[in-house]
Design a protein around this ligand. Structure first.
Ligand code: MN
Length: 311
């Protein structure tokens, strides 16, 4: 293993890994080939070192920044219920079983103040190999990404959504669910932002996308076989309204002409870089039919977690 130059993304990520490995009972030794990881003989640490890899999971029950309809705050327990439902199983399509033990499930957090989301996420970020957040309206992504940025530096972000969420302000609120990616780019929290599934770009948002050099892939131009390649670890922000309302009716903003579920799964499966975190947002149970959209969220959660554990 090579130690990358200081302040680089890989430098930060390697020291984060060092911390994790020490906690799991592994320790690092310097050798001529670089740093090698050893597991102590002491059986207790050996057992710890072979424990199942876990992804930290948090539910953010928050929809105060939703501009049109409330309800997304009710989503996290329903996505969990769908994930564990007897109607399916714990196997993503790769065939690796992802049972309940794959999560360090930290439960659902009721948020009083918007900025508490960063604190909660920062505390939970160290409790697994990556952190997945179940939302909540899309405003939660900005404070979550702030927490990631503190640990990893600027992130590459894959944002899948019908909307660019790049408004400088919306209805007088700079932290509206229509604004998180303007705040992320303005504060230089992302080294790259790729948006897929867009079909609602306003003139202002086109200007914002140009200003912040956002790579927008609109639905009208989408070629699912030719998506941008990333060159390092990424964070995925998945707004369920990226899907066509026919596939995910349980969202606040029905925007026709969207992705189908297969395209979205394909997009996740084809990623060939590590995924260090993700959020699944804007599921609104009050608009759902027979928990169909909860099951789509659970399916995507399974595929994303599979991808996170792949590398
Ligand atoms: Mn959206």
């Amino acid at each position: 293993m090579q130690i990358a130059c200081k302040d680089s993304f890989y430098y930060r990520i390697q020291w984060n890994m060092l911390d994790r490995m020490l906690r799991r009972g592994m320790y690092a030794v310097n050798s001529q080939e670089g740093i090698a990881w050893k597991r102590p003989y002491w059986p207790f640490f050996s057992i710890l070192g072979t424990m199942q890899r876990q992804i930290a999971l948090q539910g953010i029950c928050y929809d105060s920044k939703a501009s049109y309809l409330k309800g997304a705050a009710l989503a996290p327990p329903l996505i969990r219920k769908a994930y564990h439902s007897a109607s399916s199983n714990y196997f993503p399509e790769s065939g690796t079983e992802l049972g309940p033990g794959v999560f360090n499930d930290l439960g659902d957090f009721t948020i009083a103040d918007y900025f508490d989301i960063e604190q909660v996420s920062a505390e939970n970020l160290g409790k697994g190999e990556g952190l997945v957040s179940l939302g909540g309206d899309h405003s939660i992504t900005y404070p979550i990404v702030r927490a990631f940025h503190k640990l990893y530096g600027p992130l590459q972000i894959l944002h899948i959504d019908a909307h660019a969420d790049l408004y400088d302000e919306f209805n007088g609120d700079r932290y509206s669910h229509a604004c998180p990616f303007a705040r992320i780019m303005e504060n230089q929290l992302a080294s790259r932002l790729v948006q897929v599934g867009l079909r609602t770009l306003s003139s202002h948002q086109r200007d914002q996308a140009r200003k912040y050099k956002v790579e927008c892939i609109e639905m009208k131009d989408l070629n699912i076989a030719q998506l941008p390649e990333f060159n390092g670890p990424i964070y995925i922000s998945l707004d369920m309204d990226a899907l066509d309302p026919a596939f995910a009716p349980g969202v606040s903003h029905h925007e026709p002409g969207g992705l189908d579920t297969r395209q979205l799964i394909h997009m996740v499966q084809k990623l060939n870089v590590p995924v260090i975190g993700a959020d699944i947002v804007e599921y609104n149970p009050l608009r759902d039919n027979n928990d169909m959209t909860a099951m789509v969220c659970a399916k995507l959660l399974k595929e994303i977690v599979d991808k996170m554990l792949e590398k």
